[in-house]
Design a protein around this ligand. Structure first.
Ligand code: ATP
Ligand code: MG
Ligand code: MG
Ligand code: MG
Length: 470
């Protein structure tokens, strides 16, 4: 019988629990200890202060399945969703952690035993990477896993060196890749076509062994630590004999529902729409369950972008009425057992999705018609004027990334500078109107402050600072 995604999560937690790790429930998606970060985007985030020594816990090793969202800031996988086999906006990161307890040897031994012995993955399908100078890790992989030199790849880029920021713990990484087979395009890690989907990174081990100050390594950590992260959906694909994350049980159920509701084929040319809807439904449901509501700024705007983008895809599938909220019961029945907050929030999630979709549908069609007119006659490679994208945003409620996503199939893009200029012009006009309204001088000051503090919370879709480095 096929191992379900729920079973795989449990198996991971049981394996490390059996090895003395404290089982720690997932923290909420809204970071509790890090104002620079928009959403928790890795399993180690809730443990940051434990790694730096600011906080102590009554255990020195832990295991978790952490809810993550990567839809903005430094790690933004939004544009990958629907188009790669391995990226989601919301996913679970399975992780084991050592806070100054065990180090490389035990971390590699545990990882290897779990995937090849407990789970029975063939070693022939596995390739690992190490940081180019990390001879210890290279030797340990050889000794523990018996891998030939050719399948332990030294990587010199920052991909294989992790740092918490400019100050604090850092160290080399080792990534484990699964080879899904020759029939899939893509090369091994470190090769020019490594971004293909043949060799999929399943597990990232981080060996924290140095301390940085102002971006320079200044000393060895007295007690080196371990942080690992494995995508639950990626390992589920491997263990369920699928190449693609969207073919695992969980997604097949959700996608089966959208296919049924819209009477469309989930595997044909519309498959990206089905995937986007299923993915964004999870992100939306979990974000609402953790207290985020759609709005026009900060976290709420990221959520609104995710919801509206999915809603355009529902429209593409021909849905005549709000659709997203009708998928919630299926999501809850699959994931509510592991995440009771999802079950508790079910009515709120349904209501929020229904309201947002009802509202957005009032302008969606007109906006899409305008977009069609504006792009009529444009050939691949052409650029939509920023003014038009801004009008879609301002009048029809189209987030910029939704417009970009809509143009993607035709090979068109948006003039983002023009969009920003139009946005700035509108803000200046609003401010001038405010100044001329007879409002008191301090109210004008308040307006500026509000705008600035808004900007600290959310500094843009592509900003490198919106999410702290993890
Ligand atoms: P990739 O190179 O494939 O984008 P990554 O190196 O960015 O992955 P890490 O930051 O190392 O990923 O995260 C640890 C693990 O979490 C990865 O090995 C992968 O299994 C999983 N993971 C990362 N990003 C995603 C995502 N967007 N969707 C699903 N799983 C993910
Ligand atoms: Mg990535
Ligand atoms: Mg990677
Ligand atoms: Mg990685």
């Amino acid at each position: 019988a096929m191992t379900s995604t729920n079973d795989i999560r449990r198996s991971f937690l049981d394996f490390f629990g059996g090895e003395g790790h404290m089982r720690v429930p997932s923290a909420p998606l809204v970071p509790q200890n890090d104002p620079t970060l928009m959403f928790v985007n890795a399993g180690m985030v809730p443990f940051k202060n434990v790694f730096t020594g600011l906080e102590t816990r009554p255990y020195s090793t832990a295991v978790s399945s952490q809810k993550c969202v990567r839809a903005g800031g430094k790690h933004n996988d939004l544009d990958n969703v629907g188009y790669t086999a391995r990226h989601h906006t919301f996913f679970e990161m399975l992780g084991n952690f050592s806070f100054g307890d065990y180090f490389k040897e035990r971390a590699i031994t545990l990882a290897w035993n779990l995937i090849t012995k407990e789970w029975g993955i063939s070693p022939d399908r596995l390739i690992v990477t190490v940081y180019h100078t990390d001879d210890d890790a290279f030797a340990l992989w050889k000794k523990i896993a018996g891998l030939p030199d050719s399948r332990i790849i030294r990587i010199a880029t920052k991909d294989n060196f992790w740092a918490m920021g400019d100050n604090g713990p850092c160290g080399p990484c080792s990534e484990i890749f699964y080879d899904h087979g020759e029939h899939i395009p893509g090369g091994p890690p470190g090769s020019p076509d490594e971004d293909g989907d043949r060799f999929v990174e399943i597990w990232n081990l981080v060996f924290m062994q140095y301390e940085q100050e102002a971006g320079e390594i200044v000393r060895d950590l007295p007690r080196p630590s371990i942080d690992t992260g494995m995508g639950l959906e990626r390992i589920a694909a491997v263990l369920q004999g699928k190449h693609d994350n969207y073919e695992i049980d969980l997604f097949q159920t959700l996608i089966g529902e959208t296919a049924e509701m819209t009477k469309t084929d989930a595997t044909g040319p519309m498959s990206a729409s089905h995937r986007v809807i299923a993915d964004h439904l999870r992100a939306s449901g979990f974000l609402v369950a953790d207290g985020v509501l759609p709005s026009n700024e900060g976290r709420g705007y990221v959520l609104r972008r995710i919801m509206r983008r999915a809603m355009r895809h529902a429209h593409l599938l021909g849905a005549k009425d709000p659709l997203m909220y009708r998928l919630v019961p299926s999501l809850v029945s699959q994931m509510g057992g592991a995440f009771p907050e999802l079950t508790r929030a079910q009515p709120l999630i349904e209501e929020t999705l229904k309201l947002e979709e009802t509202r957005f549908r009032q302008t969606l069609e007109t906006g899409l018609r305008l977009l069609d007119e504006a792009t009529a006659g444009m050939g691949a490679g052409a650029v939509l004027p920023g003014e038009t994208a801004f009008k879609l945003y301002d009048t029809y409620g189209f987030p910029l990334d939704l417009t970009e996503d809509a143009l993607r199939r035709q090979g068109l893009s948006v003039d983002k500078t023009g969009f920003d200029t139009a946005m700035a012009a509108q803000k200046a006009a609003a401010r001038a109107a405010w100044a001329g309204s007879g409002a008191q001088a301090d109210e004008g000051v308040w307006f500026d402050i509000a705008e600035e503090s808004g900007a600290t919370e959310f500094t843009g879709y592509n900003s490198d600072t919106a999410q702290g480095e993890v």
